[in-house]
Design a protein around this ligand. Sequence first.
Ligand code: HEC
Length: 565
Amino acid sequence: MRMKLALLALLICAGSALAAPAPVPAPAQKAARVALAGRVSSEAGGAMEGVVVRAKGVGKTIAVAVVTDHEGRYSFPANRLAPGKFNIDIRAVGYDLEKPVSVEVAKGATRRADLKLVKTKDIISQLTSSEWLLSVPGTERQKNQLFRCAACHSLQPIVQSTYDEQGWLTTFARMRSYSEQAVLEHPVLLPYKVAVQPDPEFAKYLATINLSAASKWNYELKTLPRPTGRATRVIVTEYDLPDSGRLPHDADLDDKGMVWYNDFREPLIGRLDPRTGETKEWRMPPLQPGFPEGTLSIEFNRDGFLWIPRFRQGGYTRFDPRTEKFQTWLVPPEWNTSHAIQPQVAAAPDGTAWFPGGENLLIFKVDPLTGRIVTYPMYPDFHPDEKSSGIIQFSYSDTPTGHSTYGLAADSKSNVYICDIVGGNIGKIDGKTGKVTLYKTPTLNSGPRRVSVDSEDRVWFGEYYANKLGMFDPKTERFQEWTAPTPWLGPYPAKTDKNGDAWTSGMGADMVDRLDPRTGNFTEYLLPTVNANIRHIDVDNSRSPVAVWVAEVHQGKIAKIEPLD
Ligand code: HEC
């Protein structure tokens, strides 16, 4: 300590001896702490801030990305790039690298690579759904409805199509026949037939924004601004999964720092070791052959078991990572119809697990110790002969009617909170009696989706349709809502970290948003991959600053976002 003080005094003396204040010299070994650095510029824009620069080891499954600062500089810390050959690519909407770049990173040295960008010739493949929604003409209402098409794929095939009104009416019926797991390359049908109400008004509208009447769009393509300031101080690490066709829906951290994922297409769960990028996967036995097999979510319970609601397979499966064994409970037979759907689970601290029941709008409480399943009606005003309108709403209404149950989560007293995405409510279920109380979000038709409960038992959720992050405090029965800066981000999950910041992300814009609820300030971190399609978030509070994990559902990757402050 005394030595350090003496050294400091010496440095101050040396500084004051100079005529002009000199920059503090960097310690000699600092250069070697940076593996790769450079400046990014374009002829059109000079030095460019907010360019995501990604380095991927040749033949490797891990990619690391950093973002340029206000002088266009980027740098990769040496502990993130082991010596070897890397391919470099960038994300900056409207631009491409002038030519392909690969670099050799050597041990103990800093490799410099300045990057030249040129205007892209293929802006279409760079645009997010959020940017298409900004670009297309239309009323707020029309765009709200179009946003609902962005669940299974981006809006690109829609604006590039040539359907006229009649063509759209047929196409709507086809889209409505797909299960939520469907993606462009892998259509999955619902296990039942859907009667589709024709929507000629929306069909007419879509025929005005696609290429049915002209070979080029008659509107300007708008792009989102690149990240600036704090949003550039971040490192993003992306991990490929064993099959590029994986649709990892959730990524959940366990207490050993392993990341677990489920797959929206295949009945499997996987474990990623972030230190090595190695993965191991386990397949679950089918429960309903012929029905869609993928699952939507996973959640650890208090005892380290992983719950896997089986989505359209009619059951609840639990995995024990210690014995690597699955155990399954079936949805009670009277409710185990083709309309049964278990998207999520709330693993309560009392050991029970709660699952929504599908279109009959029930909720099931499973006690794994006794095997007992208790069934509660979710909505007192719901008549059993009605059907819920499903979890994806194709049509848009300013005054939503009906209900659904999307995400749910338990508080410290084993009460459960649910998101009614259709009705715009947060519901509280008393853990003992099953009594339900509904609270309407201040924004009508907010589309609350996935929910989490913080250490003070406050309830956080994404307001998907309203582009807001929401918080409900059961003690005061008050809501608070914050609008995300980027339009059509589509906030989906929400989770707080140990510092009280709230995190969200969405399917529309490849961004991970950080909100300071005390100031209302958002920081939006841009991912390196276009159309990542994010639906879930987990926070690693074991480090400072915290890190967050997301699954890039449509890109078959898991990503870690590490803010540098
Ligand atoms: C439940 C998932 C899902 C939703 C929601 C969805 N689609 Fe699709 N869409 C698909 C799948 C799967 C494909 C690929 C298979 C196919 O073309 O049928 C597709 C393909 C397309 C295509 C390209 C193929 C073609 O016919 O040109 C268009 C256009 C399209 N969808 C329009 C829409 C519109 C408009 C909406 C909103 C009204 C929508 N989709 C909502 C699943 C969905």
